[in-house]
Design a protein around this ligand. Structure first.
Ligand SMILES: Cc1cc2nc3c(=O)[nH]c(=O)nc-3n(C[C@H](O)[C@H](O)[C@H](O)COP(=O)(O)O)c2cc1C
Length: 181
């Protein structure tokens, strides 16, 4: 079984990355036969979906000039997706939204259906509920099965380590994932 963690934040070592990686670490602690991979979207250029609809025919995104293909490959290869976003203006950040929109290329054949998902949103003070709703829309559209969601509270990078509730939730969802493998 393979668990893929994606942090949408452009802060490579920010709060979202820490929380996503915490889930992955706890999964391995609970079941060391499970393979994990972590991707920070800060390491990739991901342009927007241009709405060309060519993926309806081609069954894949025809934009070949950016980092999307690598993300797509990892998503198709995983059994569980742990996807996290920093909250920007009460919603997911732009880099992750581009990534979500590009998954339209996988929607026509329901290529992600049946995989499991955990969603994570970290806000300074407000908006994580709406960001989690956006992630729920992504997950439901693709017919993922939900394993849980985590709301984190932190502003400066690293502050998430003081959010005991979010860290506890990370342990709980990780346990659920470990039990699947
Ligand atoms: C462009 C931008 C927009 C933000 N919008 C919000 C917001 O709507 N609500 C909020 O509580 N925090 C907001 N924040 C704060 C971040 O959500 C917070 O710093 C978070 O911990 C960042 O996570 P990261 O370290 O994973 O990038 C915003 C930060 C930035 C840079």
């Amino acid at each position: 079984m393979k668990v893929l963690g994606i942090s949408g934040s452009m802060r490579r070592k920010g709060n979202t990355a820490i929380l996503v990686q915490k889930v992955l670490e706890e999964v391995v602690k609970g079941n060391d036969s499970i393979e994990t991979e972590f991707i920070s979207l800060a390491d990739y250029e991901i342009g927007p979906c241009i709405g060309c609809d060519k993926c309806k025919e081609e069954k894949e995104c025809v934009i070949a000039t950016d980092g999307w293909n690598r993300i797509a490959e990892a998503m198709l290869d995983c059994d569980v997706l742990v996807v996290g976003t920093p909250v920007y203006y009460y919603d997911v950040c732009g880099q992750l939204k581009n990534c979500i929109d590009r998954t339209y290329s996988m929607y026509h054949d329901r290529k992600l259906a049946g995989k499991y998902v955990v969603t994570i949103a970290v806000h300074g003070t407000k908006g994580a509920d709406r960001a989690l709703e956006t992630l729920e829309g992504f997950a439901n559209t693709h017919e993922f099965s939900y394993l849980g969601e985590i709301e984190g509270q932190a502003a400066e990078a690293g502050e998430i380590l003081n959010d005991a509730k979010a860290l506890k939730e990370a342990q709980k969802v990780a346990k659920r994932i470990a039990e699947l493998g």
